[in-house]
Write a protein that binds this ligand. Structure first.
Ligand code: SF4
Ligand code: SF4
Length: 173
């Protein structure tokens, strides 16, 4: 296993190296699916030779993390279970391996798995210029959400009075 402490500002190349530590057995993709950013949709639809609108409709579910819109790849739900394999998993292999979304590229089942997901959400979903995003991140932390070095509220917002006014709904912009 790669010995590194993941921080908010760990560069993508190092994060990809940790995330790439994967045997591609397809087990994790059999129980859940990854997130896809809006900026990744067209390229992946194009790879699959499916019109982008149809790809969105057939394969993706809109979701939101920290007030940022993104997509979850639909699971193939069976037998009334709330989960299932990712729709893009075929014979235990990812159909879009060459172009799979960043969330899938940076995630794995190693001891770093939870930190890798946290790195993704703090860098790609938390928007420090959007007060609502900050409020949602603060409640995530309050309720025990995982934090990585450099993503603590007091590090991200050294100006305590500004942070307080955001958290007290005195600032909306
Ligand atoms: S897109 Fe590929 S890697 Fe990502 S969850 Fe689906 S099958 Fe797994
Ligand atoms: S992350 Fe782990 S469970 Fe998922 S495909 Fe790689 S080795 Fe298998």
């Amino acid at each position: 296993m790669i010995d590194i402490v993941l921080k908010k500002d760990t560069p993508l190349k190092d994060v990809l190296e940790i995330g790439g530590d994967c045997d591609k057995c397809g087990k994790c993709c059999s129980y859940g699916s990854g997130f896809m950013l809006e900026s990744e949709v067209a390229k992946i639809a194009n790879f699959l030779r499916i019109p982008t609108d149809k790809f969105r409709k057939d394969f993706l579910e809109e979701t939101e993390i920290f007030h940022t819109n993104l997509f979850k790849i639909r699971p193939m739900k069976k037998d009334g279970k709330p989960y299932g394999p990712c729709m893009l998993l075929e014979n235990s292999k990812c159909r879009i391996h060459e172009v799979k979304p960043l969330h899938c590229r940076v995630g794995n089942c190693s001891d770093h798995g939870d930190d890798l997901h946290t790195w993704f959400i703090v860098n790609h979903c938390l928007n420090i210029y959007d007060p609502e995003s900050i409020r949602q991140y603060a409640s995530y932390l309050e309720t025990g959400g995982r934090v990585i070095q450099g993503a603590e509220l007091d590090v991200l917002f050294p100006d305590k009075s500004k942070l307080k006014s955001i958290l007290n709904y005195e600032r909306f912009r």
